[in-house]
Design a binder for this molecule. Structure first.
Ligand code: ATP
Length: 311
């Protein structure tokens, strides 16, 4: 038996812009994504068995409501790897996921699980796929998967060994196209306060809603990139804009209230919704302020976290 244990980190969107809609229905985005320390634990085991009939996959998670078949991105990732690089292999892949990242939260939790399985089987099966190839397989799983693949290659010790200092292994990137094209950026170094209101928001609904509304304020991603490069957190804070906020905040009262409360308890921070929501997060150089905010928000909402970015 061979095994690997990987952390699948969450991400936040420091900015998110939607530039248009393609003929195939996908939206063209431009967003800056940053990995944070909050993570799921993904344990992957490979049991070779010469008598087996090809490769079988089993999956367990600590969230009873999550599917454990091909509707789960971790399972689907194992299927893709079996099809593409598993020729001639016989045995069982066992995946155990301990989820800490809130589900359907705008934090790329599921995407990160899929990414970890792609990485894990690449190592266990000695498939030798480079980051570019892994990302192209990841793009078949979902638009946030390539970024989480890059981030894990930088954040996990076992993967740093595999990929060395590949410049594409980054915990912060500008994502463009449908979100799968990535340009590495110098990561933000900051504590992060994060809160996920107790509701789910459908990403598809938010994008459809956006198609019907005019966008009032767009992020200046160039300015944000320069701020990151200069390590100037004030510039980053000033440029935190997410065009999906307008729809989600006006249609989901609890998200709006969470954002207002976070601004109230952390007046020196910059507060933004991540992805299509409902998670809201704060960036500030004042860790004590975020610690105070954490204590207050945690009393109202259990799904509140004090974490930090991965550099
Ligand atoms: P993204 O930011 O990538 O859009 P998200 O953070 O909004 O993702 P996820 O936690 O990835 O949301 O979950 C979105 C949906 O995907 C859930 O409703 C869930 O049923 C499904 N899903 C599939 N696989 C997983 C997984 N391994 N973990 C969590 N959700 C999963």
């Amino acid at each position: 038996m061979k095994s690997i244990r990987l952390k699948a980190y969450a991400k936040v969107n420091l900015s998110l812009d939607v530039l248009g809609k393609l003929d195939n229905g996908y939206h063209q985005v431009e967003m800056i994504m940053q990995q944070i320390k909050l993570s799921d634990d993904v344990f992957i085991r490979w049991f070779p068995d010469e008598d087996a009939d090809g490769i079988s996959i089993t999956l367990k998670t600590n969230r009873y409501y999550l599917p454990v078949d091909s509707r789960n991105l971790a399972y689907k990732a194992a299927q893709i790897m079996s099809e593409r690089v598993g020729h001639g292999l016989k045995g069982t892949v066992r995946i155990d996921i301990k989820k800490n990242i809130p589900v359907a939260a705008g934090l790329a939790g599921g995407s990160g699980n899929g990414a970890a399985v792609l990485h894990g089987l690449n190592v266990l099966w000695e498939a030798g796929l480079n980051l570019k190839k892994l990302c192209s397989l990841g793009a078949e799983l979902g638009s946030d998967v390539p970024f989480t693949i890059m981030g894990q290659a930088r954040g996990n010790r076992d993967l740093i060994k595999v990929f060395g200092k590949d410049p594409m292994a980054t915990t912060c990137a500008l994502a463009y196209g449908t979100g799968t094209e990535l340009k590495p950026i110098k990561p933000l170094e900051s504590p992060i306060l994060l809160s996920k209101p107790p509701l789910s928001v459908s990403t598809a609904e938010v994008y459809q809603g956006l198609d019907k509304e005019a966008i009032e304020k767009r992020p200046d991603n160039k300015a944000m990139e320069e701020g990151l490069l200069a390590g100037n957190i004030d510039i980053v804070k000033k440029n935190m804009v997410n065009v999906l906020e307008g729809y989600t905040l006006s249609h989901y009262k609890q998200v709006k209230e969470t954002k207002e409360k976070m601004i109230e308890v952390c007046p020196g921070a910059s507060v933004l919704m991540s992805g299509s929501g409902p998670s809201v997060f704060a960036v500030s150089q004042d860790r004590e302020e975020l610690e105070r905010g954490y204590k207050e928000l945690k009393e109202i909402n259990e799904e509140t976290y004090l974490t930090r970015t991965i550099v």
